[in-house]
Design a protein around this ligand. Structure first.
Ligand SMILES: Cc1cc2nc3c(=O)[nH]c(=O)nc-3n(C[C@H](O)[C@H](O)[C@H](O)COP(=O)(O)OP(=O)(O)OC[C@H]3O[C@@H](n4cnc5c(N)ncnc54)[C@H](O)[C@@H]3O)c2cc1C
Ligand SMILES: *[C@@H]1O[C@H](CO)[C@@H](O)[C@H](O)[C@H]1NC(C)=O
Ligand SMILES: *[C@@H]1O[C@H](CO)[C@@H](O)[C@H](O)[C@H]1NC(C)=O
Ligand SMILES: *[C@@H]1O[C@H](CO)[C@@H](O)[C@H](O)[C@H]1NC(C)=O
Ligand SMILES: *[C@@H]1O[C@H](CO)[C@@H](O)[C@H](O)[C@H]1NC(C)=O
Length: 780
């Protein structure tokens, strides 16, 4: 137990040892790494080239010029030597980069693995190479210069196939580089935990243990809850404190504050569903959902917003009167009070842009309450777990309270089925069954079949079963258990989000401070029916922000990445009207999401992007990236109004990059020196022209991609049996004794970040379950 505690840093978690070369042949791997190498190559001044085949050369003058530009753009520029060292870095020579790439690919679905394998093989044939590159020479034998040109030509291709193919390689290279390159971290100053890191004291969990053996292990309880996330944890506390015998199980594991926040690789490995790499079938939406002890509550950003009136009314109009009742409001208030939800957070630069910018534009923005027990909690790493334990998520507040009242917990328990009473065939749920995987002898979770790790089949028999596995998993569990209701898995809402990021003329260090502490609500009702967007600040970790940063050339991307320290990241998050569905992958049972944001919802997202660009502009952004394919960045030429209101003159556009080029009229302003722009505000003609291009291009392209951390609705609550999966008390229409109590029961998208709504519904459902159990006890 007495592991040495690193000074001022979370205890690192070992990753599973990677068993290499299982999926692809050597030549397939070579082709892949040849591509990644061309995306982020080593870039060296021509007189200093040491390895002609593996270094992209530039002239001394080019290098100097790039450095001068970097110095102008950055308050904390590296020395010239450091700068050259950074350009020289060759990621594919870094064993961590290689291993991480292989690990990521190892965890994509079987189907996707096969697809990628085919592409890699084809690129390695003469004919395939001819089609993809216009040359008979297999891709990996081309020079770096030629490979770069090929990647650029994919970007420009008319057929969407090529840019989309390119995009998946770009993202892989960028994300892995940003996670594994020590020099990038050193120069930018980025740390995945706060400077003054000190772990909070965690709750001493005692999880149930089972000895090795081949027979089914049996446990009995009044209530078994599947999932320790936001819904499950609230149910656990309510039911245990009401005196019932409760068992909570989760397929994920518990990690104490001393191990949080995790490095990006460990966070993907241990905290997220699908190792953090889930995408919709058409790859339009990337998804994050928590899968660990505490579920989404362990990785969420603490934004604690109550459901708005118009959504409550919409749900009440579907016959669900609870949502306009005092009881619902009391529930949300109880939840917020227990978690210490307050808006004392000191906004960081990114969040201040929303608050101050909205004021200047006459829009409405407000501080976003946080569940941090009143603490200021100036920490930007919560997406990788909260080390201070200030964020009062399920593992810090709800589950310990349940434990103190006597709840029992099982981690590492993957539930495969709900069990029904076979004897009567009554459709009454009587428990669950699944597979439990032990930790290893030393309590580690980097799984393998050796080192004392073993699996047991465990059955938990209970009078009531509450499924709270989250929107992606709960419907799959119901289907696996034999339920037939056609609504199961349908009605999937995602709150898809489109992003904008921008640089400012200040030393921001945007990864510090609460991630999401303000929200602009002026565009939330764009159709008169409550569909529209919220504008929020987003997570700043470089591998999440910059992997979306457009790649136009190797040098441009590497240089832009250096400006990370002065960037801010925003999302336009839509309350989606149109839905998708989730079903099981036939190969391995994992959730597959079929969802394509509709034209209707994309139009709203675009309105949000335009609004965010205006917020950034008015607060002095020096360059703005919309990430819309085909729209160059906006580069400001005029004097910048700094946030303290003094005109500062900067010339950020000498590089002539990031603009549409001559003749397109974007960013083609005149380098005035007067203060026009202060008077013009967002009427700056350059900016207006760029916004017009943004709107004209729009988000219609299949290449446009979106993010999502809010999955809802796949077991929707309905007033009548034919309209949904659960009744107004959360009971599954098709079966007795079986309840769903997570975000999947939302009748439609919540519009606000869903946690508080989810918890208040879970609280209500749990109270109903408790009353039902009491009635049974009274009868006995
Ligand atoms: C990165 C991120 C940031 C977010 N930020 C915010 C925010 O700031 N504000 C907000 O309101 N919301 C936020 N959310 C959303 C919020 O966290 C979720 O809406 C909420 O957690 C959903 O709760 P749930 O009860 O539906 O399921 P979850 O919290 O997802 O919990 C489900 C649990 O069930 C377990 N499970 C699933 N299947 C099985 C099985 N077969 N056997 C055993 N266990 C199983 C999973 O491991 C998981 O732990 C964020 C989400 C993410 C991912
Ligand atoms: C787990 O991590 C430990 C410590 O780094 C390592 O020795 C061990 O081999 C790992 N186990 C597996 C199965 O990857
Ligand atoms: C993820 O990668 C690990 C390590 O290579 C592997 O053991 C595991 O089976 C992979 N998981 C999936 C779902 O492919
Ligand atoms: C994060 O999740 C925890 C646990 O579910 C919850 O207590 C907290 O309110 C959440 N914060 C928000 C709303 O993001
Ligand atoms: C969990 O169980 C389900 C159903 O038995 C299975 O499809 C899935 O692959 C399992 N997941 C893990 C991570 O073992």
């Amino acid at each position: 137990m007495a592991a040495p505690i690193p000074l001022n840093a979370p205890i690192p978690l070992p990753l599973p040892v990677f068993k290499s070369n299982e999926y692809y042949t050597d030549s397939q791997w070579q082709t892949l790494f040849a591509l990644l190498d061309a995306i982020i190559p080593s870039i060296v001044v021509d007189t200093e080239v040491t390895d002609k085949n593996n270094q992209l050369s530039i002239t001394e003058a080019q290098c100097r010029e790039a450095y001068e530009r970097t110095k102008r753009n950055l308050k904390h520029a590296p020395s010239y030597d450091k700068f050259k060292e950074y350009l020289r870095v060759r990621p594919v020579d870094n064993p961590n980069f290689v291993e991480e790439t292989k690990r990521v690919i190892g965890n994509i679905s079987k189907g996707n693995k096969k697809e990628l394998g085919v592409v890699l093989s084809v690129l390695n044939t003469r004919l395939g190479s001819l089609v993809a590159t216009g040359s008979l020479l297999p891709l990996q034998e081309q020079s770096l210069e030629v490979k770069e040109t090929i990647l650029q030509s994919w970007n420009q291709a008319r057929l969407n196939f090529w840019p989309m193919l390119g995009e998946s390689f770009f993202k892989m290279a960028k994300s892995t580089f940003l996670q594994t390159d020590p020099l990038f971290h050193e120069i930018s100053g980025f740390k995945h935990h706060t400077e003054d890191y000190k772990p909070g004291s965690g709750f001493e969990y005692e999880f149930m243990q089972f000895p090795a053996g081949s027979e089914t292990e049996r446990v009995t309880a009044d209530v078994v809850i599947v999932g320790s996330g936001c819904g499950g944890a609230v149910c656990a506390k309510v039911l245990t404190e009401a005196g019932h015998d409760v068992v909570v199980v989760d397929k994920g594991y518990y990690f104490p504050p001393s191990q949080l926040p995790m490095t990006p690789q460990s966070a993907s490995e241990y905290l997220y569903e699908g190792k953090g790499g889930m995408q919709s079938v058409d790859r339009s939406v990337g998804m994050l959902a928590g899968s660990c002890w505490g579920g989404g509550g362990t990785v969420n950003w603490s934004a604690s917003l109550q459901l708005q009136g118009f959504v409550r009314q919409e749900w009440a109009d579907r016959g669900l009167g609870f949502f306009t009742s005092q009881e619902f409001q009391d529930g949300m208030d109880r939840i917020c009070e227990f978690m210490g939800v307050t808006d004392t957070g000191r906004p960081n630069h990114g969040n201040k842009v929303i608050l101050d910018g909205a004021r200047k534009l006459g829009w409405h923005a407000k501080a976003c309450p946080q569940n941090t027990g009143g603490a200021e909690h100036y920490c930007g790493s919560c997406h990788a777990g909260c080390g201070s334990a200030e964020k009062r998520g399920p593992s810090v507040s709800w589950l310990p309270a349940a434990a103190q009242a006597g709840a029992r917990f099982i981690e590492g328990f993957n539930v495969s089925k709900v069990l029904f009473d076979e004897s009567t065939g009554s459709g009454k749920a009587v428990g669950i069954v699944g597979e439990w995987t032990s930790r290893d002898e030393d309590g580690r979770v980097n799984m393998s079949d050796s080192e004392g790790v073993f699996r047991r089949t465990v059955e938990v028999r209970a009078k009531r079963v509450i499924v709270a596995g989250g929107t992606l998993n709960s419907p799959l569990l119901l289907t696996r258990s034999g339920l037939k209701n056609p609504h199961i898995g349908k009605n999937l809402y995602l709150h898809p989000a489109a992003g904008i990021h921008a640089t400012f003329d200040e030393d921001i260090k945007g990864w510090e401070g609460g991630i999401l502490t303000s929200v602009c609500t002026s565009f939330e009702n764009l159709d008169g029916k409550g569909h529209g967007v919220k504008l929020e600040a987003s997570v700043m970790a470089p591998h999440i922000l910059l992997y979306e940063h457009p790649w136009e050339s190797a040098l441009q991307w590497k240089l832009d990445a250096l400006r990370y320290r002065q960037m801010a990241n925003y999302i336009s998050l839509v309350r989606d009207r149109d839905t998708g569905r989730v079903y099981a992958d036939p190969d391995d049972g994992r959730p597959v999401v079929a969802y394509t944001p509709s034209a209707f919802d994309r139009a709203h997202l675009l309105t949000g992007l335009v609004a965010i660009a205006k917020l950034c502009y008015i607060q002095g952004a020096t360059e703005i990236w919309s990430r819309i394919p085909g729209v160059p960045s906006f580069v400001r030429r005029r004097p910048v109004v700094s946030s303290v209101g003094v005109g500062v003159s900067v010339g950020v556009n000498e590089e002539g990059k990031g603009i549409a080029g001559p003749g397109e009229g974007v960013g083609e302003g005149h380098a005035d020196t007067d203060d026009d722009d202060i008077a013009q505000g967002i009427n700056d003609p350059d900016f207006v022209a760029w916004l017009r291009l943004l709107e004209k291009t729009g988000l219609g392209s299949p290449r446009a991609t979106f993010g999502c951390a809010h999955q809802m609705g796949t077991c929707r609550m309905s007033a009548r049996p034919g309209d949904g999966v659960v009744d107004p008390r959360g009971r599954v229409w098709e079966a007795d004794g079986l309840y769903v109590a997570d975000a999947s029961v939302f009748p439609s998208a919540s519009g606000v970040n869903p946690m508080i709504t989810n918890m208040a519904i879970a609280d209500y459902i749990a109270r109903g379950v408790s009353r039902g159990l009491r009635r049974v006890e009274l009868k006995l």
